[in-house]
Write a protein that binds this ligand. Structure first.
Ligand SMILES: O=c1ccn([C@@H]2O[C@H](COP(=O)(O)O)[C@@H](O)[C@H]2O)c(=O)[nH]1
Length: 271
């Protein structure tokens, strides 16, 4: 099945992507500081939110920094067992020459069994293309990122391209046209912190799947995000606001669920 079809099915009742950014220093109770609890923590969050989530997005940095790649695989397999219909987006932001990109694609799709992976487009399309050989998987290419420093390059105009689009606009145009070989295989990352640019991306790329981080801890507005998006396929990610809603071992998962539920409902009401 194409990634776009799985995404459409998964987003029927929810746009919420639950981000898995496990930081042991923020773990509840006795688990605080214990990197051996990464999988236990994430699996508890998955169990508490699986029926609310349109996707899960593990951020590889949090696992790799702790030498916990084995725990990442355990979490992804737990998601498969608990919620097989919910896609897993591995947030790895890879981007390197073709030969190396081929190995990054194997890392994401074979080693970690992800449905989709985030990529940086900085080195050009030949660094994205190896990932597209996995025809049933997806990629989300950084376009207009949620951080303030995204302005440095993404908002610059490309003087040698007709109409002088800004870099993020040209990325959106390409994702909708020449990179879109299998419909919806190439998606874009656009921050919820920039709803105006999100709307512009949608003008240029109406059917491209969007991964939209920035709701929750970064202050992005869930309602403005949905309104700017219109009807196109979209996942709206929230990580820390959900993961660290509670600090006690007795109820951190229920607290996470409560925030996930409120966010899911807010996104649904705005559709
Ligand atoms: O533009 C981007 C691209 C990726 N991210 C990632 O999303 C989550 C956001 O976490 P919050 O705790 O909800 O702020 C995190 O994994 C980032 O690496 C992003 O924030 N912005």
């Amino acid at each position: 099945m194409r990634f776009a079809d799985r995404l459409n099915a998964a987003t029927r009742d929810s746009l919420l992507c639950v981000g898995l950014d496990p930081d042991p220093s923020k773990f509840p109770g006795d688990w605080q500081g214990d990197a051996r609890r990464i999988a236990d923590f994430c699996c508890a969050i998955v169990d508490a939110t699986a029926d609310l989530a349109a996707a899960f997005k593990p951020q590889i940095a949090y696992f790799a920094a702790a030498g916990a790649e084995d725990q990442l695989l355990r979490v992804i397999r737990h998601i498969r067992a608990k919620a097989p219909q919910v896609p897993v987006v591995l947030d790895a932001k890879r981007g390197d020459i073709g030969a190396t990109a081929t190995l990054y694609a194997r890392e994401a799709f074979e080693r970690f069994e992800a449905d989709a992976v985030t990529l940086s487009p900085y080195m050009g399309f030949d660094t994205i293309e190896p990932f597209l050989a996995w025809q049933d998987r997806g990629v989300f290419v950084l376009c207009r990122t949620s951080n303030p420093g995204g302005d440095d390059f993404q908002m610059q105009r490309l003087a040698d391209v007709d109409g002088q689009p800004r870099l993020f606009e040209e990325l959106a145009r390409r994702a909708q046209t020449e990179w879109n070989r299998i419909e919806g295989q190439v998606g874009l990352v656009v921050g919820a912190t920039y709803p105006r640019e999100l709307a512009r991306v949608r003008e240029l790329a109406p059917t491209v799947p969007l991964l939209v981080p920035g709701v929750g801890a970064q202050g992005g507005d869930a309602v403005a995000t949905v309104q700017a998006n219109g009807a196109g396929p979209m996942l709206v990610n929230s990580s820390r606001a959900i993961l660290y809603a509670g600090r006690s071992l007795a109820d951190f998962a229920q607290q996470a669920r409560a925030v996930a539920l409120a966010t899911r409902d807010q996104l649904q009401a705005a559709r």
